[in-house]
Design a protein around this ligand. Structure first.
Ligand code: TYD
Length: 199
């Protein structure tokens, strides 16, 4: 089973991820993330930091996904493990539709085509919903901002996430990311366990 955690920067995904690592230890899930695949992760980080070409950056995110899928996600799913990924393909549909606007005539069709027929669609996606202003206040405490971390940009990203959810309602579970972290963790843990028990 493939479970993904999505949401804008500062939505609390990483806190949720760490909490799930502790709470779900008994089912031994494989915890992983995008970007950050074995040999492309550094190139992606560099593309984000240099912010020079949105198409190159988007292509690197897709390449990172391919390596992630081939070397980490697919082998674990084939062993029957539960895989939990902090960010996955929906991040591309949410972020690159914004970053590619004006650089490609139809970012959405490019993203759809480039993932079609080889990428694995998650079974469940938790979408952390939060006001971009609040999210950026949280990010603000962590030092330097990446080029994605701007309020208007994140407003658009979150809209794309919500569109994506409207197009795939059975896969998405919405999480109110402004609730206390323990409440969020309780809810997500319970949802995952219920889903596993139903299998
Ligand atoms: P990361 O540093 O892992 O941020 P976070 O801790 O918020 O997950 O990710 C780097 C940035 O890359 C983040 O702002 C989201 C963005 N991103 C994309 O634009 N497209 C993608 O496909 C992925 C996976 C991430």
């Amino acid at each position: 089973m493939l479970i993904t955690l999505e949401g804008i920067d500062g939505s609390g995904k990483s806190t949720l991820y760490r909490g799930l690592e502790e709470r779900l230890a008994d089912i031994n899930p494989l915890f992983t993330r995008e970007p950050g695949s074995p040999y492309l992760g550094d190139a992606v980080r560099r593309a984000i930091a240099e912010n020079s070409d949105p198409l190159a950056e988007a292509a690197l995110f897709v390449a990172d996904h391919a390596v992630h899928l081939a070397t980490v996600v697919r082998p674990a799913l084939e062993e029957g493990r539960v895989v939990i990924s902090d960010r996955y393909s929906d991040s591309r549909f949410a972020y690159q539709q914004v970053s590619l606007a004006g650089h490609h005539p139809s970012p959405k069709s490019w993203l759809t085509a480039v993932h079609a027929r080889w990428s694995i669609v998650p079974d469940i996606t938790f979408l952390m919903l939060i006001s971009p202003k609040t999210a950026l206040e949280r990010v603000g405490d962590r030092g330097e901002r990446e080029h994605f971390e701007q309020e208007e940009f994140l407003e658009e990203v979150q809209k794309n996430y919500l569109d994506r959810m409207a197009e795939n309602p059975s896969r998405f579970i919405l999480v109110d990311a402004e609730l206390p972290p323990e409440t969020i963790l309780d809810f997500v843990e319970k949802s995952i366990r219920e889903r596993i028990n139903r299998q």
